[in-house]
Design a protein around this ligand. Structure first.
Ligand code: ATP
Ligand code: MG
Length: 285
């Protein structure tokens, strides 16, 4: 099935009909992840992210947010379903996943930076995917890549701190280095897993607004998991929510009513909520 899809996508690419098949930047088709022991962390999730959209992923702890995000770039293999990216088709083999990962940047809650390296060196890591490993290790950094790293640091407000060691930076500054590294990668898609969870509320807003701004400026598609519903309302074009691995809400932030919020976060397995006419229903589990 996966191979057939890939072949079909490639075939249609040749005929110039690719856009009709993949109108979204990334398309998840009935993705499930079942861990050994039978736990279904993600259960039949289908999602299409429009190019340039900023989608926030909500859900209780354990609802499957991180697992789903990791499926988007193959860090977590889905046990069923497919992932396709505009321009690449269905990720059906290692080469296709590599290509997809090159176009996908990840921003993590815990930054995942090299603590003893400078902000500049960490930002530069974003360019490594563009160079053969040996060249990256042995040859001097090309001037254009160095300029890209400095430019990205300037965009996140850290031009003055480029040479500072990351372990001497504040949490908010570190996360801004993480965003700079993502920008240097020149991705089409940004996946961010609770990028502001470890920050105080004011810094969280600053960093999230920054992420939103740079994504808008560069027309990047973003899927960002958050725990704070108020932040989702502030930055999202679209909100999707998981409960027990299933998609239970999909709509604009304006329709995240208190009732919907309660439905997303309540403890028991979700069932459809009664919703007033014209409002988005929680998707029935
Ligand atoms: N590698 C793994 N092996 C087994 N179970 C796992 C694994 N990773 C995640 N899980 C389980 O899958 C479920 C979903 O986990 P996941 O980390 O995706 O949730 P989450 O929504 O990101 O939670 P949080 O908000 O706490 O980060 C949880 O029950 C978790 O224990
Ligand atoms: Mg998580």
């Amino acid at each position: 099935m996966r191979t057939a899809d890939a072949i079909r996508a490639g075939h249609d690419l040749k005929r110039g009909r690719r856009r009709r098949i993949l109108a979204a930047m990334i398309t998840l088709d009935r993705i499930s992840v079942e861990f050994p022991g039978g736990l279904r962390a993600v259960d039949g999730v289908s999602l299409r992210l429009e190019p340039g959209s900023f989608t926030v992923l909500l859900g209780r702890s354990g609802s499957g947010k991180s697992t789903l995000l990791r499926c988007c770039n193959g860090l977590q293999a889905a046990t069923a379903g497919t992932v396709a990216m505009d321009g690449l088709g269905v990720a059906a083999d290692r080469a296709a996943w590599r290509a997809l990962r090159r176009r996908t940047a990840m921003v993590f809650q815990s930054h995942q930076l090299l603590p003893r390296w400078s902000a500049f060196a960490n930002a530069l890591v974003g360019s490594l995917g563009r160079r053969p490993l040996l060249a990256a290790l042995l040859l001097p950094v090309p001037r254009a890549e160095a300029e890209a790293a400095l430019d990205a640091l300037a965009r996140v407000g850290l031009a003055e701190r480029a040479q500072a060691r990351v372990d001497r930076l504040s949490g908010g500054e570190r996360q801004r280095v993480g965003i700079a590294r993502a920008l240097v990668q020149r991705p089409a898609l940004v996946l961010a897993d609770e990028p502001v969870a470890s920050l105080d509320p004011a810094t969280a807003i600053q960093v999230l607004d920054l992420l939103r701004t740079v994504c808008r400026q560069d027309r990047l598609t973003a899927l960002v998991s958050l725990h704070q519903v108020e932040l989702a309302r502030r930055v999202a074009d679209r909100v999707v929510a998981l409960a027990h691995g299933r998609l239970v809400f999909d709509g604009p932030p304006s329709q995240l009513s208190d009732e919907v919020e309660t439905g997303i976060y309540r403890a028991t397995r979700p069932s459809p909520l009664p919703t007033p006419a014209g409002e988005p229903a929680l998707i029935g589990a």
